[in-house]
Design a protein around this ligand. Structure first.
Ligand SMILES: NC(=O)c1ccc[n+]([C@@H]2O[C@H](COP(=O)([O-])OP(=O)(O)OC[C@H]3O[C@@H](n4cnc5c(N)ncnc54)[C@H](OP(=O)(O)O)[C@@H]3O)[C@@H](O)[C@H]2O)c1
Length: 112
């Protein structure tokens, strides 16, 4: 499994602002984000990042477009679409889950 990170950073090394919302990012970042997610077809993100993206900016709309893994302890919540998976599994189990769904690469969104 090849795992890449897609991360916007300011020149002074910041990846977010005090508001915690991505209002400082460019259109180019957004376009690149959508493009690389649709190319990679598997995206792993934390719940706070997911909450920023949902519903309008989730990059993969259906199972045919790919899988979005969302790390959360709230695994009993039903996801809004079948290609969103809420999980608290460890990294190896997440890789195994993605491989079982046919993925050989994944994109990690700004995980620390
Ligand atoms: N610059 C960039 O490219 C970029 C990209 C994406 C996001 N961001 C920024 O990053 C910030 C969000 O990042 P963040 O680090 O604060 O939050 P995050 O990683 O998006 O989400 C944190 C949440 O993920 C869940 N989580 C994390 N690790 C887990 C684990 N091992 N097991 C189960 N659940 C786990 C927990 O959710 P629960 O509380 O639900 O359990 C935790 O509260 C935002 O400000 C966003 O704008 C920047």
């Amino acid at each position: 499994m090849k795992i890449s990170i897609y991360l916007a950073s300011s020149v002074n090394g910041m990846i977010s602002n005090k508001k915690g919302i991505p209002d400082w990012l460019s259109q180019e970042y957004g376009d690149g984000f959508m493009k690389i997610c649709r190319h990679t077809k598997a995206v792993i993100m934390g719940k706070k990042t997911y909450d920023i993206l949902v519903p309008d900016y989730l990059p993969l709309k259906s199972n045919s477009e790919g899988t979005m893994i969302v790390l959360t302890h709230g695994v009993s919540t039903n996801p809004p679409q079948p290609n969103v998976i809420f999980t608290d599994k460890n990294p190896q189990d997440i890789v195994n889950m993605l491989e079982e769904r046919g993925h050989s690469e994944a994109l990690l969104l700004a995980e620390r």
